[in-house]
Design a protein around this ligand. Structure first.
Ligand code: C5P
Length: 224
């Protein structure tokens, strides 16, 4: 046994920092697989809420996490045969995700599932703890940031495109609350690991950031 594991590019950062857009585009350019780990926590939060389970009950939510059949297929997300792509993107699922993500048992339950995405020729994974916990041996670790105001503005634009509005003040407050919860929780808090490269995306286009990440990856490959 033993062989070399496929390479991983880990992209972590706070909510609405553009991780998903960047990670997906980088994966496409390299023909790598893509893991949106936040979607897993969103699914668990959504299903836990639907089943009326207390979202702070680690044991019950962990059992749910272990038994869900999750499929990512051509940009859509299926859970137990149901398309939940739109629902998991809502602010309710986002807030529920942030609550269940604080439970250590749930994080353990989702670990094997996340590592299973590491398939040839490689993986781009985005989340909060991709570089620190799930793929500590990643070839490249990126930490994306942007000011809370810029992130609220991006979320506002996204919501407008979907015809669902929310006030900037409410979005900014939500982002600040989520940042605080994600960075102060005991289990796998959001942090920039020592070997991650920080990219501040405030005022930078997604295209530019994608080029920057690809350039860093090429540089890494040359040193191997
Ligand atoms: O990235 P996204 O906003 O979709 O993530 C939803 C929530 O899931 C985050 O607020 C965070 O609490 C949690 N999460 C996490 N670890 C990850 C990805 C997401 O704790 N790797």
């Amino acid at each position: 046994m033993g062989g070399t594991l496929p390479p991983v590019i880990a992209i972590d950062g706070p909510s609405a920092s553009g991780k998903g857009t960047i990670a997906e585009a980088v994966a496409q350019r390299l023909s790598f697989h893509y893991l949106d780990s936040g979607a897993l926590y969103r699914i668990v939060g959504l299903v836990g809420g639907e089943r009326g389970v207390n979202l702070d009950n680690d044991l019950e939510i962990s059992i749910i996490s272990l038994n869900l059949k999750i499929n990512f297929e051509s940009g859509r997300v299926w859970v137990d045969g149901r398309d939940v792509s739109a629902q998991i993107r809502g602010e309710v699922a986002g807030a529920a995700a942030s609550r269940v993500a604080a439970l250590p048992g749930v994080r353990r339950a989702l670990m094997a599932l996340q590592r299973g995405f590491r398939q040839p020729p490689g993986l781009v994974a985005d989340g909060r703890d991709m570089g620190s916990v799930v793929f500590p041996d990643a070839s490249l670790k990126i930490y994306l940031t942007a000011t809370p105001e810029e992130r609220a503005l991006r979320r506002h634009k996204q919501l407008m495109e979907k015809d669902s509005g929310a006030s900037m003040a409410a979005l900014l407050q939500d982002i600040r609350d989520r940042d605080l919860r994600d960075s102060t929780r005991a289990a796998a808090p959001l942090l920039k690991c020592a070997d991650a490269i920080e990219i501040d995306t405030t005022g930078t286009s997604a295209k530019e950031v994608v080029e920057q990440v690809l350039h860093l990856y090429q540089k890494h490959q040359k040193t191997q």
